[in-house]
Design a protein around this ligand. Structure first.
Ligand code: GAR
Length: 223
């Protein structure tokens, strides 16, 4: 490798389900937009669509079924061993529906990111789309953030704002938010891969500038 070449970032993606965000990353690699190698996809559930997407793209997969472990700690320990065997520079949680132990989050601090379907700090946890509608929000959206010990609480990197329409129900709104997920997750991964994005002293920095608490905000470009 010449000194001017950018080293390809090794990424491990954790999933629990359909893996549409994983697919956005796979597509980004395929079209030459993302300077990463997806070294492995790990799921805590067997037989999910995300595993098929990975296999179709020629990416190694592993299943670590949480039901086979006596405790959250034992599962997270084995998960760490499994991830670290692939020697990633970044761990990407893409619909990985597990609460993580503090030891796990500490181990990957500054090199693990998550996507959450709300404008954090609003609507942490589940059923975010319905809760945004019920609260009468004018805008909902999605956040990519660094993972810390606090659930859905780490420093925000990027948010996409999606208007809530009078005609929206939770499923319509979720679809429009997901479209934005597939825009901002590859963007955040690209920033990290290029060395532009860092977590420093508990805060997210982009190109040497401290990001605001909401992260870098974009407005959904909706028809
Ligand atoms: C995504 O909508 C993601 O924002 C959400 O799970 C979905 C996974 O979809 N994540 C969370 O709710 C995390 N708290 P996908 O499997 O099709 O990428």
């Amino acid at each position: 490798m010449s000194s001017t070449e950018v080293k390809t970032l090794r990424v491990v993606v954790l999933i629990s389900g359909s893996g549409s965000n994983l697919q956005a990353l796979i597509d980004g690699v395929a079209n030459g937009d993302l300077p990463i190698e997806i070294a492995a996809v790990i799921s805590n559930r067997p037989d999910v669509l995300g595993l098929t997407r990975a296999t179709n793209a020629g990416i190694p997969t592993a299943v670590l079924d949480h039901k086979g472990f006596a405790s959250r700690e034992a599962f997270d320990q084995e998960l760490m061993r499994t991830i670290d065997a692939y020697n990633p520079g970044l761990v990407v949680l893409a619909g990985f529906m597990r609460i993580l132990t503090a030891e796990f989050t500490q181990h990957y601090l500054g090199r693990m990111i998550n996507i959450h379907p709300s404008l954090l700090p609003k609507f942490q946890g589940l059923h975010t789309h319905q809760r945004a509608i019920d609260a009468g929000e004018s805008h909902h959206g999605v956040t990519v953030h660094f993972v810390t010990a606090e659930l859905d609480g780490g420093p925000a990197i990027v948010q996409a704002l999606v208007p809530v329409l009078a005609s929206d129900d939770a499923s319509l709104l979720a679809k429009r938010v997901q479209r934005q997920e597939h825009v901002i997750y590859p963007l955040a991964v690209k920033w990290f891969a290029q060395g532009d994005l860092k977590m420093q002293d508990g805060k997210a920095e982009l190109k040497g500038e401290l990001l605001p608490a909401c992260g870098y905000q974009i407005e959904a470009n909706e028809p």
